[in-house]
Ligand binder design. Sequence first.
Ligand code: UD1
Length: 348
Amino acid sequence: MKRKILVTGGTGYIGSHTVVELIEAGFEPLIIDNLSNSNIGVLDGIRKITGVSPVYENIDLKDYASLNKFFQKNQGIEAIINFAASKAVGESVKLPLLYYRNNITSLLNLLELMPKYDINNIVFSSSCTVYGQPDTLPVTEQSPIKPATSPYGYTKQMCETIISDTVRACHGMKAILLRYFNPIGAHPSAEIGELPNGVPNNLLPYVTQTAMGIREKLRIFGNDYNTPDGTCIRDYINVVDLAKAHVVAVSRMLDKKNRKPVEVFNLGTGNGVSVLEIVSAFKAATGVDVPYEFAPRREGDIEKVWADASYANKELGWKAEASLEDTLASCWKWEMKLKEAHDKEQNA
Ligand code: UD1
């Protein structure tokens, strides 16, 4: 019998890639998603890649009664991977209560229901945002947690604390907190990828939409940072590599290989790449130019951050493997696929 894993936010960007990797590793993922920032068509993409149509229910995790019913109906779930959350930093500053309610209430409901249904394992999507601007680079899991610069960031910190406190109080429960750096790219099949709503906030969708001519110019936020070329530095990690880390994390808990009830891992490549370097690497990978201009710094941006991923590499036996070139090529393949679908729709 396949082991059942609940993936909340399973039609989202990282969630959908993780569902694919879980299926390919022999698990049975079940998806809950309220489609607040994703599309039902993602399920087709998952089916095309894997040949499997996972159980899917449109449930808002804030709805305790519906979630309870879901668990009643779907017994035998052994672990939860909780992706479902609002994630736009800027939006969180404008709509803090939305972020606190969405991200915190959802987690509380899951944690409250887990013991009732004998589910002991949770993997949580955290973020390098919890480190703020680190004093020393690269950041290790021991680097201090800095005051959050946005309600979004604060929800990630709070959720980490809520999970840790709950695990401490609840015998047998285990958690793995995964701190993602900057996930980019798409599945090599281009059947699933990132689907930003409206004008993208994140760099890569903006780059590919500019390359496609949907946006006139990429605006590079700040060229006067204390970095070699003046633009911000991030650790861009391929989304499939990131997804695979979730399979390893779940397996680790199910196989009882975890060292502590709560474990924390940085998921990054260990390489810092600037915004300008992304633009030139994109050109090198695809042959396509990305027109850009420099714009003022974006409020709340961190100057530079990249991971020390050696603990994850050693403990999880996992490593980000994709090259930046292949990852950027996958972004472009996905953008072209979106264009093809869009053109087809227009001509229908
Ligand atoms: C941030 C958060 C991350 C969160 C993510 C969700 C930090 C360190 N990271 O990532 O935790 O999950 O948002 O959205 O707080 N850029 C441009 N022009 C653009 C878009 C981006 O120059 O049009 C630059 C940004 O200034 C930044 C880099 O590209 O230097 C990456 O930006 P983005 O993709 O938005 O991710 P983060 O802000 O790093």
